[in-house]
Design a binder for this molecule. Structure first.
Ligand SMILES: [Zn+2]
Length: 419
């Protein structure tokens, strides 16, 4: 069965740290596309619009055995660039090539004039991996405006939900498939992690609840409302590359990259590693998802990213880390814990349900879920995953059955606090 109910809607379609910010979305699709160079988009291949008739898995290959990339909600319309021999539709999903079952997707009659694509403004230097057509719209069915040579560098000014990049081309607005692009590494640092090798001296903290993070250096396009105490790694290289005005800093924070007013940051340490209040996890779950007061959040002391968890979950997490450290002589690595509602709302509004899920339902919004890194050791069958699966539940941290390998929701890295 290729449809999915939504027992855990939070993790079913909601993505993770790389979708925390639009910067990360753009980077993820670029990096994802760089590895899979196929024939350039030369022919004006007719694309088909299809609509899902059920909540439907997107797979990396055409069949139920393909790795699950995510889920499309029932009624989502997507553009298919072609079909596999078994009839499955090929689509672009989160910047990658994916396939959906034709049993649960119906062809939509072509409209006379395509609606203007929803494009999020970005500013990223990119380079072509192959000679590449520039189209008038965000699909290979768009009118061809011309061609960019292989290795051509340009500044993308926007990204559409299907991953196509917008650029200015001979005085016109054009679009190119991100499958044949990579970041222009001569201009931009790679977005590999929040900290990305920045020195610890560049560490700041947000001083007030609800600090805005914007996608652009001039403060336009808000992508967050970071809680007080969130760690921010200042990136002066990005500031220089994007002509940052006085009073603004570029920071990497909780998986996102963006600009903040320097006045919202401070250099001192936040309160970490201690939780003495009587609030329980059950009480936290009754609070507004993604809108916890900073007094209910506490930074994980050993985490270089100083991710925040709900205070009541910290004690057991610390005990779990102690046991893990005894076994492996290292601390647990943490990718993402708390995520704010504002950021999720923004992503949902700007990118739509294809990329971001319905806000307000994830345990991340209560600081009661942890994502470990997507590395081999933390992946299915990896030594850390195997140990955590066997031991974490005795500390209240559970990897649910629904996220196990083979499940349509398979996620090795996602653990939830259940006490
Ligand atoms: Zn998660």
């Amino acid at each position: 069965m290729e449809t999915t109910p939504a027992p855990h809607p939070a993790e079913a379609t909601l993505d993770r740290r790389r979708l925390f910010g639009v910067a990360a979305v753009a980077a993820a699709s670029l990096l994802g596309g760089a590895g899979s160079l196929l024939l350039p988009d030369t022919a004006a291949a007719a694309s088909t619009r299809v609509r899902t008739t059920a909540n439907l898995n997107v797979r990396a290959s055409a069949g139920t055995a393909g790795r699950r990339l995510g889920t499309l909600a029932k009624g989502t319309t997507v553009t298919s660039g072609g079909r596999a021999s078994n009839g499955w539709y090929r689509i672009t999903y989160r910047g990658r090539t994916g396939y959906i079952s034709n049993r649960y997707a119906k062809v939509v009659a072509a409209t006379k004039k395509a609606a203007a694509p929803k494009v999020v403004r970005i500013r990223a230097r990119v380079q072509t991996l192959a000679a590449l057509n520039v189209r008038s719209s965000t699909s290979s069915g768009g009118k061809r405006l011309g061609t960019l040579a292989k290795n051509a560098r340009f500044t993308a000014t926007g990204v559409a939900a299907n991953g196509w990049y917008r650029l200015s081309y001979r005085g016109k607005t054009g679009y190119v498939s991100q499958r044949y692009l990579k970041p222009d590494s001569s201009k931009e640092p790679a977005y590999t992690s929040t900290r990305n090798g920045l020195p610890t001296s560049a560490r700041y903290y947000f001083s007030a609840n609800g600090s805005d993070l914007s996608y652009l250096a001039n403060g336009a396009v808000m992508i967050g409302d970071l809680p007080a105490g969130t760690v921010a790694w200042r990136d002066t290289r990005m500031e220089k590359a994007h002509a940052t005005p006085r009073g603004w800093y570029c920071v990497r924070t909780a998986g996102a990259t963006g600009w903040v007013r320097s006045s919202t940051l401070r250099r001192s340490q936040p309160r970490t590693g201690k939780w003495s209040k009587r609030t329980t996890a059950a009480q936290v779950r009754r609070m507004a998802n993604g809108k916890l007061a900073s007094s209910n959040l506490v930074a994980v002391s050993w985490d270089p990213g100083q991710n925040l968890v709900a205070g009541p979950a910290l004690g057991d997490l610390t005990k779990l880390n102690k046991a893990f450290k005894k076994k492996f002589r290292r601390n647990l690595e943490i990718d993402l814990t708390y995520r704010t509602r504002g950021t999720q709302d923004y992503l949902y509004r700007e990118l739509g349900p294809m990329i971001a899920a319905k806000p307000g339902t994830s345990n991340h919004g209560w600081g009661l879920a942890i994502d470990f890194p997507e590395t081999r050791d933390y992946g299915f069958g990896g030594k850390y995953y195997t140990w955590l699966k066997a031991h974490s539940k005795s500390y209240g941290w559970v990897h649910h059955k629904v996220y196990e390998k083979g499940s349509p929701y398979a996620e090795a890295w996602h653990f939830e606090y259940m006490r």
